[in-house]
Design a protein around this ligand. Structure first.
Ligand code: ADP
Length: 409
């Protein structure tokens, strides 16, 4: 079982996948459908542990892929998009290498490799270099690499892309044969493929899950009115009259008259309910023989287009809003940055001014000190000049007496 819980993957500001939630139960084959760039490979790469989600949790068979990566990887067979192979290896060497990577014990490896080669119909080319194989065979080799060791879970990214119709059918049958023993998540942008292989469909668009349902439910949910194609043998030319008898018929159009006088009509209805039984009994009552009657294919294709188109409008609005909010945020950031820069410049100027002022004051003080020193010196020199020699001597004597007195004390 695969559980995806609130998973988001962001590249910078861009959401490749946004808050997705889904489950793939044991034994289910689930189609992962979306246009190119919808987020399928990103999701698959996260499930297989190749890339890490920005947010959310991925649990595979009870183990968190990021807490127990080895345990999880051993249970997953992954066929990545674009069949990356080691082209200089033979088919057998490549499958064997994949078995080694999956840590399949040496004793069991040979058997596992042979089984994978057999299950993918590669026996005849097993000793050929993979580079010499056709596209279809290369896909098979990639698939063999994914299924070797019989992993419980298979993640197949666009497995039939680039194949011719015959190869598509072969690979499809192969995938169908995995049902029950494996849990399979298969991505595709080809709707018919999904409706033919899968019992459940997950539709992803612009990184978000927009529908999870059976192909049939998706078709009927998104189909408004049923259209029927009918071929009748109507000798009395009364078929058009059933329009008056069945309320739900809005129009009957003749498509063509066949050589055997049978006629082909399209019946348009105003309901999404099946009115074939009513048509059948009405025709019987009017002696009209129905040779063929079928609901025109309300295909998954139209369901998909409807779902995606409805969303596109909403998404465009959302994108515009996001774009607007992003621009506002950027302007705010820029404004904040400019303000901070201005503040820094102002502070630097203030500091420079204070520094200059302090330097000027220091200089002034130094000048003042020097001036005072000089005037003291000058004074001293002047005094010396004024004292007559005899006074000087008596002074010196007095001083000597004082020193003496102090020393005697
Ligand atoms: P899908 O498989 O449905 O075609 P992807 O999952 O490959 O889509 O891509 C989803 C979106 O994420 C796309 O718009 C793609 O350009 C973008 N994307 C995928 N990988 C990267 C990456 N490494 N860096 C930036 N954007 C990426």
């Amino acid at each position: 079982m695969i559980e995806i819980k609130n998973v988001t993957k962001k590249y910078g500001n861009f959401y490749a996948v946004r808050n997705i939630n889904f489950e793939v139960k044991d034994g289910e084959i689930v189609g992962f459908l979306g246009r190119n760039g919808a987020g399928k490979s990103t999701t698959m790469n996260m499930i297989t542990g190749f890339i890490e989600p920005t947010e959310g949790e991925i649990i595979v068979n009870g183990y968190d892929i990021y807490k127990k990566p080895r345990k999880v990887k051993a249970q997953i067979g992954y066929m990545p998009e674009g069949t990356p192979l080691y082209l200089d290896l033979t088919v057998k060497e490549f499958v064997n290498y994949m078995a080694e990577l999956k840590l399949i014990p040496k004793k069991k490896r040979k058997e596992a490799v042979n089984e994978a080669i057999e299950n993918t119909g590669l026996q005849k080319v097993q000793n050929n270099l993979t580079k010499n194989l056709s596209r279809g065979y290369k896909q098979r080799v990639s698939l063999a690499g994914a299924i070797v060791g019989n992993p419980k879970i298979l993640i197949l990214d666009e497995p039939t892309v680039g194949l011719d119709p015959k190869q598509v059918i072969e690979i499809r049958e192969l995938i169908k044969s995995f049902k029950k023993d494996h849990t399979v998540l298969i991505s595709s942008h080809i709707l018919s493929e999904i409706s033919q292989i899968c019992e459940k469909v997950i539709i992803i668009d612009k990184g978000e899950i927009i529908a999870v349902d059976t192909p049939e439910n998706l078709e009927s949910k998104t189909t408004e009115n049923i259209t029927l194609n009918i071929i009748v043998d109507d000798i009395n030319n009364k078929f058009q009259t059933i329009k008056d008898e069945i309320e739900e018929i809005s129009d009957i159009k003749l498509v063509k008259e066949n050589d055997d006088n049978t006629k082909e009509y399209i019946i348009e209805t105003s309901t999404n309910e099946d009115i074939r039984k009513q048509i059948f009994s009405n025709c019987a009552k009017n002696n009209i023989t129905i040779l063929e009657m079928k609901k025109s294919e309300a295909s998954l294709e139209s369901a998909f287009i409807k779902l995606v188109e409805n969303r596109q409008e909403y998404s465009q609005k959302e994108i515009n809003k996001m774009q607007y909010e992003k621009e506002i945020e950027e302007l705010r950031e820029e404004d904040k940055y400019l303000k901070e820069e201005k503040e820094k410049r102002k502070q630097a100027k203030k500091e420079e001014k204070a520094r200059k002022k302090a330097a000027k004051e220091a200089k002034k003080e130094a000048k003042q000190n020097k001036k005072e020193e000089l005037s003291v010196k000058k004074e001293n020199v002047g005094n010396e000049e004024e004292i007559p020699q005899d006074k000087k001597d008596s002074n010196e004597t007095n001083n000597d007496d004082l020193k003496k007195e102090g020393g005697d004390k």
